[in-house]
Design a protein around this ligand. Structure first.
Ligand code: PRX
Length: 657
């Protein structure tokens, strides 16, 4: 952490002081600041009030205002040079390519919106679940839904049918948009099959999906339900070729979309983002992060199924008239140079990805990088997990050739866009490898100790946000109580009128005020930059007939950051075996998806528990991390530790091989 600040000063604005001046100004009058920032956007009607804080923590931004995000993502470009600019360079995994201009995107969104209204019957306020791979029809569908005033709930195409069903049921979605299949590592993933299974599972829980729109991507045979299923291309055909659908006026305080994320219980949370607040925050933060210039080609190599894709592949770039790259497949297919060959093919200037992907590509060896020029890169970004200083340096030297600053962005599904990160669009502060640097303008962040006092510089504590911001979640779909409990009950003092947002991340602030984010402080794992709840995994494992008890924790992993490891106690009559291990893993794959599959099932006779019967996950974690297990006085049966210890050692031995 004593890393010297890197000398960007010569090449960029002499940042820190100028930045801090701008920042101080922004937080002195939060409402005034966001008022001026929101004026760069198109509204049908401007606001009566910037921030309604009369019912905290249910803050509402831009009350009285009306707009539609399409106005800013598409319609505002009509008659400007952007309209004929490329919106997306798309590349499929097999190597097929499409180029889509803003004009073409606008046309297709209008035609799809027309048909979704006339043929499918979508009305303002309806929720539509979108289960699509990384194909251009995904942003098109999101925009068509929001154009009609509908609410989208995008479900990552790597999730299983069960995970999809739970999300359909929670959102009570009547319409599902999916595809026949897509390509992943050279194989076709049959997405429509999972969608059909999910619809059947949702029906068992009382939610009937009435219409299914299917994009033909892979050209595989699919089962078809007459009257319910309709091809996406047939819908487009039905619309007039010059169809125009007026973007439905929405209240700024309406829900723009729901996106599910994992929490500390078995049930995922439907995070709700607002029409006006999200739009304003994303529009501005995108500029601050990426300093967009007319010739830029920007590539955020995330999946739109996660918040990063919503903000940094769909709404952020489109609202800023930027050209983006979109890629369907695996990053190392057919070889580990795939990412870099795409950078060179499109002359990518701005590249944004996760530390996990960087660690993976670095592991393959530099020969895969050196085959490519990468000369056009001028700005690099990371998101999703802490980035280790070694990987930061590799990224900076090997990929950016020491001329591209690294924008390490700390944020969450709940925050809408980056919160702590460099802002080269304003003035670049000196960077420190592994630190996300400073809060963005308008963001009041701090690090507190357990008692709620500010932590001393250099001391580990918990990051908090002390003032509302426009990109904040509006709440949890259908569960206002959980919203208050999860995010606002740890440090808030309502009786004094003090409300503090709690992200559940550890952090350190150094002497220069820089933030170093250190991972989750709750029972949530971060596997390859994806959030997984330990309880969600345990619930899935416990559905296996052989399992009586399960404890899931994260084990350190050199590529993925963390991988889930499960300690499992079997029921009478079952014996540990490799087949049983595979079978339990398969269960997790079916119930949640491939990203959640444990790296290892440790079969034990007993889990370490307190005398009151609480599983002591921290003992497992300490063993996996090779740390002392600490105080064991509350342990009910010390022999349980010995057994777990043996199992962990065996796991580590195998992992090394
Ligand atoms: O623990 C933090 C980690 O990812 C969590 C948020 O996950 P999710 O909602 O899925 O959103 C991921 C993409 C924004 C955070 O609570 N995290 C995210 N970015 C960083 C990070 N940890 C360290 N450094 C980051 N830059």
């Amino acid at each position: 952490m004593s890393e010297e600040a890197l000398p960007f000063k010569e090449k960029y604005y002499p940042g820190l002081e100028e930045y801090l001046d701008f920042y101080e100004e922004s937080v002195r009058d939060i409402e005034g600041f966001w008022d001026s920032m929101a004026r760069g956007l198109e509204w049908y009607k401007t606001w009566d009030k910037v921030l309604d804080d009369s019912n905290p923590p249910f803050y509402r931004w831009f009350t009285g205002a009306e707009t539609n995000i399409n106005l800013n993502a598409l319609d505002r470009w009509i008659g400007t040079p952007v309209f004929d600019k490329v919106a997306y360079y798309w590349e499929g995994e097999p190597g097929d390519r499409r180029t889509i201009s803003y004009r073409e995107l606008y046309r297709e969104v209008n035609r799809l919106a027309w048909s979704l209204r006339e043929e499918v019957g979508i009305k303002p306020g309806d929720t539509v679940t979108i289960y699509l791979p990384m194909i251009p029809e995904l942003p098109t569908t999101m925009l068509a839904v929001t154009r009609l005033g509908g609410i989208h709930s995008v479900v990552f195409s790597g999730f299983s049918s069960r995970a999809l069903a739970d999300r359909i049921v929670d959102a009570k979605a009547k319409v599902l948009v999916t595809a026949d299949g897509f390509y992943r590592r050279g194989r076709v993933v049959r997405l429509k099959d999972s969608a059909d299974e999910a619809i059947a599972l949702a029906r068992e829980q009382g939610v009937e999906v009435e219409k299914v729109v299917v994009v033909k991507r892979a050209g595989v045979e699919v089962s078809w339900s007459e009257g319910r299923d309709v091809w996406y291309h047939d819908l487009l055909e039905k619309a007039p070729s010059r169809a125009y659908v007026r973007p439905e006026p929405r209240k700024a305080t309406d829900v723009l979309f729901i996106l599910y994320t994992s929490g500390t219980t078995g049930r995922p949370k439907g995070i709700m983002h607002s029409v006006g607040g999200y739009m304003t925050y994303v529009y501005n933060v995108f500029q601050w992060n990426w300093d967009p210039a007319p010739g830029d080609v920007y590539w955020c190599a995330a999946d739109i199924g996660w918040i990063t894709g919503h903000t940094y592949i769909v709404y952020g770039p489109l609202m800023n008239g930027v050209t983006s790259v979109m890629y369907e497949g695996a990053p190392d297919y057919p070889d580990p140079g795939r990412i870099w060959s795409i950078v060179d093919r499109y002359d990518v200037t701005t590249f944004y990805t996760s530390p996990t992907l960087l660690r993976l590509l670095r592991k393959y060896g530099d020969q895969w990088v050196e085959k490519h020029s990468l000369e056009t890169l001028r700005l690099l970004g990371t998101v999703g997990e802490p980035i280790n200083p070694e990987v930061w340096k590799w990224y900076y030297e090997k990929i950016g050739k020491r001329k591209a600053p690294i924008v390490d962005t700390w944020w969450q599904t709940e925050t809408g866009a980056a919160m702590i990160s460099p802002a080269p669009g304003i003035s670049l502060v000196p960077l420190k490898p592994g630190s996300a640097t400073l809060p963005l303008p308008g963001i009041v962040a701090d690090v507190l100790d357990y008692t709620g006092d500010p932590a001393e510089p250099g001391k580990k504590g918990l990051i908090v946000i002390k003032k509302p911001w426009p990109g904040m979640l509006m709440g949890i779909w259908g569960d206002p109580e959980r919203y208050v409990r999860t995010y606002w009950s740890t440090f808030s003092r309502p009786e004094e009128g003090i409300w503090i947002y709690y992200p559940a991340d550890y952090a350190v602030r150094d002497e220069d005020g820089y933030f170093w984010l250190l991972g989750r402080a709750d029972e949530v794992l971060n596997v390859a930059g994806h959030r997984l709840g330990t309880i969600e995994l345990e619930d899935a494992i416990l559905t296996h007939p052989a399992v009586s008890e399960a404890a899931v924790v994260g084990a350190p992993d050199p590529v993925k950051g963390q991988v889930p490891v499960a300690a499992v106690v079997l029921r009478e009559g079952y014996e540990p075996s490799p087949e049983l291990e595979e079978d339990i893993k398969r269960r997790v794959r079916e119930l949640i998806g491939p990203i959640a599959v444990p790296a290892r099932i440790l079969f034990v006779k007993k889990l370490p528990k307190t005398r009151s019967g609480k599983i002591m996950r921290r003992i497992l974690i300490a063993l996996l991390e090779g740390r002392p297990i600490g105080d064991t006085s509350t342990l009910e049966d010390p022999t349980a530790v010995e057994e777990v210890k043996k199992a962990v050692e065996e796991f580590k031995r195998l992992a090394k091989k």
